[in-house]
Design a protein around this ligand. Structure first.
Ligand SMILES: *[C@@H]1O[C@H](CO)[C@@H](O)[C@H](O)[C@H]1NC(C)=O
Ligand SMILES: *[C@@H]1O[C@H](CO)[C@@H](O)[C@H](O)[C@H]1NC(C)=O
Ligand SMILES: *[C@@H]1O[C@H](CO)[C@@H](O)[C@H](O)[C@H]1NC(C)=O
Ligand SMILES: *[C@@H]1O[C@H](CO)[C@@H](O)[C@H](O)[C@H]1NC(C)=O
Ligand SMILES: *[C@@H]1O[C@H](CO)[C@@H](O)[C@H](O)[C@H]1NC(C)=O
Length: 574
């Protein structure tokens, strides 16, 4: 016990001195310390070491993160697309500071206020836009002078079961506009939430670039009675340790494990989440992530927070706004009314309340669902709702799959499979570890095939380039599928909001999801696919945010899927 302690203490001392010298020598080098990962055998000590010892990684600049640029070299077009995507999600940060951050100087939702821009006596009609101006203050009550706070805005009416996502515009001077379309008659109330201060977002961004290893993975290798476990990731430091290269041959999607001491790389049995690296924050950074203080806290209104909306007016009056109209394109993908989602993307919503209506719609169809646990949630909803659709026992772990449900009377087959690495599930058998693009290449497709994709959550700890590359490979496979089998129905579910606490924020913050979601939208834009906007569907709803949204929201998503598969026709009576 004490020997262990003194060993740790010596290492700490050494590292502290070493780190200080190194810091003073050249701070900018730190940015290149990506992907420090841990040794499986000695995780505790090497985790401490690995975060300070500079491993021999290629020197890179801001544009290129190590994990992001493994794999095949992108073409010029791909590089251009990537740069545009990264530009489109650029996020303003706090100005550089010479001293460490102090909580007092960061955004405080309690001191911050919003004001509805309403003139006395003005009438509001459906079709108008409502605007709120948010002014952020710090914990000492002083106004903030720079942007980058992550705010969510929602307009809702509890009595009407109505809600819609608002759009937030960062003026980069400590004030923000939140703009809402008025879509229903009756009361409408504004809700503004600070998810993270700009200072906290800066920390999240640093972690994303510097610590893609903050979730790490393991594989078990076994042959005969001998077994070993080693650490795996998208990229590993190459400190004189042989690695096994599991790079996908068709796409170059990288995946590596440290080579077991005795066994060969072909004895890999499984893939599993290793764990989460702790103590990622400095003592100054930790207070930026406090539940009830500065994670998802409501900002109050300085005056009224609601209006009453009248039916549409006959003649359109000019819209008063402090924001130039072209600065904000309000295009919500839908809104709730009486707790049902009303899409504004062209799909005419039907409600599939009876299991017979679902069966009728899915008759003779094969439905493939691929992705993370949010795809599995859709898979589970259908057999739970439709008794004839029976889950078939494949003896696979429930959350990992592959899973299957069959209605042989109506010739319906439903399948689910989780996506490939970096899937962060308990244990996936190596032989079942498949990439979505490879699975799509194995489908014959056609009008009786429905493909559902939901892939986002397990990418949030990596630089965005990693997600862009993965979606590019999936998009190519989707295009190949649509090309060889026109009429194949492709449905893509986007990221959703979730419950955040100090710990979850560092791995799975909604800020990470938002960035991935914007990339996701842009990459599938213009394709013949249906996007189910889980982001807005969870933002607009009154239920608390949850990684796995409650059944009422899932039902709306499934209704949307089915309404797309079986659109309203003249004959249809639903
Ligand atoms: C730090 O490194 C950069 C690039 O390697 C170099 O331009 C700069 O002069 C260095 N600064 C110090 C203080 O050594
Ligand atoms: C990022 O890439 C662009 C284009 O290759 C280059 O002009 C720019 O200097 C790079 N930025 C940094 C910080 O290296
Ligand atoms: C911040 O910028 C917005 C938009 O340019 C402007 O309307 C507002 O008055 C500014 N606020 C402050 C405090 O300067
Ligand atoms: C891993 O394998 C891929 C595909 O064969 C190859 O392109 C890549 O360079 C290999 N990685 C390393 C570090 O050798
Ligand atoms: C479906 O159920 C919901 C909630 O119970 C109800 O409001 C709606 O009217 C029903 N729709 C149909 C078409 O039966």
């Amino acid at each position: 016990m004490s020997r262990k302690f003194s060993k740790v203490a010596v290492i700490f001392l050494f590292l502290a001195v070493f780190g200080l010298v190194f810091l003073l020598r050249n701070v900018s080098i730190m940015e290149n310390w990506n992907c420090h990962t841990v040794s499986a055998l000695d995780q505790h000590q090497s985790r401490i070491q690995s975060s300070l010892i500079p491993v021999n990684l290629p020197t890179s600049n801001h544009n290129h993160t190590f994990c992001g640029h493994l794999g095949q070299k992108p073409s010029r077009e791909e590089e251009l697309e990537e740069r545009n995507l990264l530009d489109s999600i650029s996020w303003p940060g706090p100005p550089p500071r010479s001293s460490p951050i102090v909580l007092d100087q960061t955004s405080d939702p309690v001191h911050s206020l919003f004001t509805l821009l309403i003139k006395e006596g003005r009438e509001w009609h459906v079709g108008d836009q409502l605007e709120a101006l948010v002014q952020m203050h710090d914990f000492q009550g002083r106004p903030k002078h720079y942007g980058g706070d992550f705010l969510l805005a929602r307009l809702h009416s509890p009595e009407l079961g109505a809600g819609v996502a608002g759009k937030v515009l960062d003026h980069r001077n400590g004030s923000y506009s939140a703009v809402f379309p008025l879509l229903w008659v009756g009361s409408a109330q504004v809700e503004i939430t600070l998810v993270h201060s700009s200072e906290a977002v800066a920390v999240l961004r640093r972690l994303r670039e510097e610590r893609p290893d903050r979730v790490f993975f393991e594989s078990l290798f076994r042959s005969g009675s001998h077994s070993e476990t080693t650490v795996c990731n998208m990229c590993l430091p190459t400190v004189q340790k042989p690695q096994c290269n599991y790079t996908d041959l068709s796409t170059g999607e990288p995946w590596y494990c440290y080579k077991p001491k005795v066994l060969g790389c072909d004895t890999r049995i499984n893939h599993a989440k290793g764990g989460y690296v702790k103590n990622l924050l400095t003592s100054k950074e930790a207070p930026l992530f406090q539940s009830g203080v500065n994670i998802k806290v409501i900002i109050h209104a300085s005056g009224p927070d609601r209006i009453n909306v009248l039916p549409p007016r006959k003649d359109r009056a000019e819209v008063e706004s402090s924001v130039k109209p072209e600065a904000i394109q309000l295009s919500p993908s839908g809104y709730y009314y009486e707790d049902s989602w009303r899409p504004l993307n062209g799909v005419i919503m039907r409600q599939f309340n009876e299991s017979s209506a679902i069966t009728q719609c899915l008759k003779n169809k094969v439905i493939y669902m691929y992705g993370d646990s949010t795809a599995r949630q859709w898979f589970e909803h259908l057999p739970a709702f439709v008794p004839e659709l029976k889950q078939f026992n494949l003896h696979s772990p429930k959350n990992v799959g592959p899973s299957m449900a069959v209605d042989s009377t109506h010739n319906i087959l439903l399948k689910y499979r989780c996506h490939g690495p970096p899937i962060r599930f308990s244990t996936v058998i190596a032989s079942e570890l498949r990439y979505i693009f490879n699975e799509l290449d194995g489908l014959s497709g056609g009008p009786n095939t429905i493909v559902v994709l939901s892939i986002w959550s397990h990418f949030s700890t990596f630089p965005v380039e990693v997600y862009i590359r993965r979606l590019r490979h999936i998009r190519r496979a989707v295009l190949r599928l649509l090309d060889r089998a026109p009429g194949t129905i492709i449905v893509i579910r986007s990221a959703n909001l979730q419950a955040l606490d100090p710990e979850v924020s560092l791995y799975n913050s909604d800020w990470y999801s938002l960035q991935l979601d914007e990339v996701h939208r842009a990459m599938f834009k213009g394709l013949n696919v249906l996007l189910v906007d889980a982001w807005q569907m969870t933002l607009a709803h009154h239920f608390p945010h949850a990684l796995h949204p409650p059944p009422a929201i899932i039902k709306n998503m499934i209704d949307m899927l089915l309404s797309h598969v079986c659109p309203v026709t003249k004959k249809s009576h639903q």
